[in-house]
Design a protein around this ligand. Sequence first.
Ligand code: FAD
Length: 317
Amino acid sequence: MKITEKFTAGKTLFAFELLPPLKGDNIETVFDTIGRLAPYEPGYINITYHREEVKLIDRADGLLERRVVRKRPGTVGIAAAIRARYGIDVVPHLICGGFSKFDVEDALIDLHFLGIDNVLALRGDNIRGERLFQPAANGHRHAEDLVRQIVAMNRGEYLDSELEHAAPTSFCVGVAGYPEKHAEAPNLAADIAHLKAKVEAGAEYVVTQMFFDNARFFAYVEACRAAGITVPIVAGLKPFTTKTQLSLLPQTFGVNLPEELVRAVEGCRDNAEVREVGIEWAVQQGRELIAAGVPALHFYTMGKADNVERIARALFG
Ligand code: FAD
């Protein structure tokens, strides 16, 4: 079922995001997480996509060998396995990074054959050590172009224009939005203009980057509406878990941390206490967002379910 058909006025959905396990790990770790969160009736589950990384290996002759590795493969397989086992709708992420347009088309054909009709279309992060995003040969530079390709397939237009009577797909496409602007955008207005282009290309809803100050989310929604973006905007929440996140989260995701949260975290003796602060903060954020009628709360689990389970119990139990 398309995610947008699940958004109903007056009811906020519980949703969360999972990472595929590290290569070599068992899928049971994913199932354990879902087993703990399933009682809170998630409307859908997102599965992230992780591009390749470059590893330098020390060789016996003293030289370095450059090896390209994908540490967390399996997004499409996990999405299908979750759907088959739990009957919960899934939203695999699809990225531009490392993908040619032909790879994208093949991934979409796999998803279509598996009966998965939701995707979150993203540019993807830069490869580690790369200052500016570089698209793959014959790949997309921006999520907007990826959205266009998916929407074209929904019209039955594949890359091979000689195909006759190609089967149209029926993907519902979501895209990312940044209440505190994307790190590379010159300003919020420019970033919102690019978000609008993604929606005009065919994206049907937006999921936001994490934020810790609801006022910033509400202001963002208002700015998007003023810019003519009318699609549902899902709120992304991440529970705080460690003291190092005080510098790590602003550095990695460009988010601003409210003074009250910073003081509470700094006052903790250890990370067990920080987790408690993080749970309490996320519950407060969630209550206000639900009262405001957001279509869904999208939790970034980072593969750990215990804190999100407690938050879900408080908000959706
Ligand atoms: P884009 O929409 O392409 O935007 C990237 C930048 O380019 C922005 O600054 C934007 O303003 C600008 N821009 C956009 N379009 C144009 C244009 N036409 N011309 C000029 N500038 C433009 N990363 C992963 O690798 N895997 C994941 O699974 C993943 N999941 C995510 C889930 C969510 C909910 C979010 C919010 C992010 C996720 N990310 C993931 C991170 C994301 O890939 C990065 O934030 C990436 O840097 C930007 O992706 P985007 O889709 O927003 O890119």
